[in-house]
Design a protein around this ligand. Structure first.
Ligand code: ATP
Length: 304
């Protein structure tokens, strides 16, 4: 994630992520789960614009209205202290003992509660953007510590376009794949709360090993990546939201090298061999949109 100077302040583009692999290794005494997950940032972006302000208030403007047609079953986003952007700005300010305010304009394109970690990415963008706007000069490891306080996925977005993440997800080992991936993101009209999915989950006795998928990504072997796609949370999400099982069955005939639900859902992705295949698959989703199984479709590329 990079920030760009403008005549008024700074702009940061915050990408969505998908999980190509997600296994739950066990439940921890603090109530969180230990994960092994492979995350990839993709080219669906929220945009954050940061400006200095003369008073000490953090002002967040949301653009456009977060309700989009077909998204009526998703939670609404607040511009106040519940918003991860607001919380990241306030945490950073308190961490360095600063009382400056700022204006932040957030253009939201990543759907909420969709397993795409839009909120975490926005929080990471805020740490990076304000670190520069306020000339704080904090290093990556200090920002990583703040990121982990804000949420398990936030640290990933600070430095990587793809990474193997462990712990709650906050221990990030960046990967260096060489071949870009093309995906179709298929977003149903409803969201799922991450906490709800983890509460309903039964921890596996024999965790699946993700090292094969990790190697396939480094080798750029698209067929092997397709075979290695795995998400432990998928069956639990389908039990909580049966429309997701129907979506899985309908996506299976769409082509591509594989399909998977991202994170705790509800977005599915179809992994494709090239952009043409991805655009063809996206066009074949019209019927699912008419049946209201799908509300948004995005053809995206990995950010590497
Ligand atoms: P994950 O894959 O990390 O579980 P998700 O994609 O399912 O995340 P998000 O959309 O990132 O979920 O956020 C989940 C919840 O966080 C939202 O329902 C919303 O209430 C809250 N939230 C707070 N700030 C934001 C933000 N800036 N963008 C999105 N959600 C936010």
């Amino acid at each position: 994630m990079r920030s760009e100077r403008t005549s008024h302040g700074l702009i940061v583009r915050a990408p969505a992520k998908v999980n190509l692999f997600l296994e739950v290794m066990g439940k921890r005494p603090d109530g969180y789960h230990d994960l092994n997950t492979l995350m990839v940032a993709v080219s669906l972006f929220d945009t954050l614009e940061f400006k200095e302000d003369s008073d000490s208030t953090i002002r967040l403007d949301l653009v456009p209205a977060t309700e989009e047609p077909g998204d009526e079953d998703r939670p609404l986003l607040s511009p106040g202290p519940e918003n991860l952007v607001w919380r990241a700005a306030d945490l950073l300010r308190r961490h360095v003992g600063l009382s400056d305010g700022c204006r932040i304009r957030l253009t939201k394109r990543i759907p909420l509660a969709a397993g795409l970690a839009g909120g975490s990415s926005d929080a990471a963008a805020t740490l990076l953007g304000l670190n520069r706007l306020w000339r704080l000069d904090l290093g990556t490891s200090e920002l990583m510590t703040l990121a982990a306080e804000l949420g398990s996925d936030v640290a990933f977005f600070l430095g990587s376009e793809s990474a193997w993440c462990t712990g709650r997800g906050e221990i990030v080992t960046p990967l260096q794949p060489t071949t870009p991936l093309w995906l179709v993101l298929v977003c149903p009209p409803m969201g799922l709360s991450t906490a709800r999915v983890f509460q309903a989950l039964k921890t596996p006795e024999q965790p699946v090993d993700g090292s094969g998928l990790r190697q396939a990504l480094l080798d750029g072997d698209i067929q092997a990546i397709g075979r290695g796609l795995f998400n432990r949370l998928q069956s639990t999400a389908e039990e909580l939201c049966p429309a997701l099982a129907e979506l899985r069955r309908r996506l299976a005939i769409l082509g591509g090298v594989g399909q998977l639900m991202s994170g705790s859902g509800t977005t599915w992705f179809v992994l494709c061999r090239n952009p043409d295949e991805a655009h063809r698959a996206a066009r074949n989703l019209d019927q699912l949109t008419r049946e209201n199984l799908v509300s948004r479709v995005h053809v995206v590329r990995s950010c590497f």
